[in-house]
Write a protein that binds this ligand. Structure first.
Ligand SMILES: [Zn+2]
Length: 195
């Protein structure tokens, strides 16, 4: 490699800057639909949209312009809701407990359930179920919102999906800065949903 004199300092190794310290706030377990089981939640927020990539291990945010993962795959729409989990199950990274959590829904699930687009105060307190339409791991995700009286919970505080995603997506190599993610949250809410 030839380095031209006076070419200035090399570009930073990581961009956006790598955040090593977790932002303040609570860590919320992330629930996704599982095959062969219906999962139930009490909603605690409206829906936060996100453009994402699947790395083969986890879902990560698409940072838009300059996103390295966009060269490998198109970004996928995902929706995130703050909720209270009514069940506990084993998860790939330890048990997923009852209590405050994030719930992920797919674009298809969102399109088939228009009520998911209602504002947070219309959704909070409603019961949500999510499930896969057959037993395949990648089977289509569907959800339902119920109008029955939900069971009483010990904690009725809202659960902010942005705060939960901030904790998931802003620490370590290849992750985004809180400032960038805050901008992306607003942009993502504007984009049309694709299946
Ligand atoms: Zn991308």
């Amino acid at each position: 490699m030839h380095i031209r004199e006076g070419a200035g300092p090399p570009p930073p190794r990581h961009w956006p800057p790598v955040i090593r310290r977790r932002p303040p706030g609570e860590s919320l377990p992330l629930w996704q639909a599982v095959p062969g089981r219906t999962l139930s939640f009490i909603l605690r927020s409206g829906l936060q949209a996100a453009e994402t990539h699947w790395t083969g291990e986890r879902t990560v945010p698409c940072v838009g312009e300059g996103c390295g993962l966009c060269a490998l795959q198109n970004p996928r729409w995902k929706g995130y809701l703050g909720a209270w989990s009514l069940q506990e199950i084993p998860g790939p990274r330890g048990p997923l407990p009852k209590g405050r959590c994030l719930v992920e829904v797919t674009g298809v699930a969102r399109l088939n359930c228009p009520r998911l687009g209602l504002p947070g105060d219309a959704l909070a307190g409603r019961r949500l179920s999510i499930f896969r339409r057959d037993l395949r791991r990648n089977a289509q995700v569907a959800c339902r919102i119920f109008d029955d009286e939900p069971p009483p919970l010990p904690d009725k505080r809202p659960v902010d999906p942005r705060q939960g995603l901030m904790r998931l997506w802003t620490i370590g190599d290849g992750k985004v800065s809180p400032a960038t993610l805050t901008e992306l949250f607003d942009l993502w809410q504007q984009i049309p949903i694709e299946e």
